[in-house]
Design a protein. Structure first.
Length: 335
């Protein structure tokens, strides 16, 4: 991998708005309180961890492209702006947004209106049902004309986004790139999650990593992204995770491991087995924040890079045994 460096981090999570809130929740080490969400037509509610309102209304909420947008776009922009730290106008900025569920809230609202009365369904809602809407809003807000794309897949797609950003930087298609993982809260998503894992708690938000090829004043260096090891009938999560780990360096002193475990034995068994010999420090953001797919993988990377920049770690491995498609890992090191 060509020289790729992390210069900024951003987060919106159930812990609050900003990386500082995410860090504080992880340092405390206690799972955040679980809220409930009504499921239409059912008495039983869904278990969630939602993003709290911002302490102050962000200025960008009033932008023409964002006044009618949903939480997904707002969280994308908030995380990206924090990661960019005022450097948005410098050069060709690539934008990569990753997600699994997409813009479910506006999609549900649009189809509810279509089913109720197609003649009166609001066309204003339709643009917010498109997967690429958050990336489009962010590019418009920043005035970016560099490459911009949206990757749709399970939580491992965020690490694929990091790999794509590294490729863009290596071929000089962009001068810098911000990669965002984002998911939003609507009753349809936690309802779908409970069909596969009743113990899990759905959450929402975004995480962002800002990358350049410049080593000066970097927070961390992205030194590797493994292959994406697909789940198949013959290769389940455990075998895929084992192959993923084989592409990352073995443990060395003062290194950190950040995994995608949930503190749910059945769900975590494969990943725990693969990393059972790791004796160093660990971070497990999903046990604190809940499951937010692409956003959760982004929080893992944000937490790992933040720890490298603030604590005495030499390197950090990030392990994602995805929800349904792939196992993939990444490695960050001191710059």
């Amino acid at each position: 991998m060509s020289k790729v460096f992390v210069h900024g981090l951003g987060a919106v999570s159930p812990a609050g708005w900003g990386v500082a809130a995410l860090r504080a929740a992880l340092e405390k080490g206690q799972p955040l309180p679980v809220n409930t969400l009504a499921r239409p037509g059912w008495e039983k509610t869904l278990r969630i961890r939602s993003v709290p309102p911002p302490s102050e209304r962000p200025e960008f909420f009033t932008h023409a492209r964002l006044r009618r947008s949903g939480d997904m776009a707002k969280h994308t922009v908030a995380a990206a702006l924090e990661a960019l730290g005022g450097r948005a106008a410098q050069g060709r900025l690539g934008i990569i947004v990753t997600m699994l569920a997409g813009l479910v809230s506006y999609t549900r609202r649009f189809y509810e209106e279509v089913l109720r009365d197609p003649a009166t369904a609001s066309p204003i809602l339709f643009p917010e049902t498109v997967f690429n809407a958050p990336a489009s809003h962010l590019a418009a807000y920043l005035g970016s004309t560099a490459p911009s794309c949206t990757l749709v897949g399970d939580d491992g797609m965020f690490l694929q986004g990091l790999g794509l950003a590294a490729q863009w930087l290596g071929t000089e298609e962009v001068d810098a790139c911000v990669v965002i993982g984002v998911e939003e809260l609507d009753w349809l998503v936690p309802n779908a999650l409970r069909l596969f894992c009743r113990e899990d708690v759905y959450s929402s938000g975004a995480g962002a990593v800002y990358l350049t090829a410049n080593a000066e004043e970097a927070l961390a260096e992205l030194t590797a992204v493994t292959d994406s090891i697909s789940f198949t009938l013959k290769r389940g999560r455990g075998a895929a995770a084992l192959k993923m780990r084989s592409q990352l360096p073995r443990q060395a002193p003062k290194e950190l491991l950040c995994t995608s475990v949930h503190n749910i034995p059945r769900r975590d068994a494969a990943e725990n087995t693969v990393w059972e010999d790791w004796t160093g420090s660990r971070l497990t953001p999903r046990t604190i924040l809940g499951e937010a797919f692409a956003a959760s993988a982004a929080w893992q990377c944000v937490a790992a890079c933040d720890a490298l920049s603030r604590r005495d770690f030499k390197a950090a491995n990030v392990s994602v045994a995805g929800a349904s498609q792939q196992a993939i890992g990444a490695r960050f090191a001191k710059p």
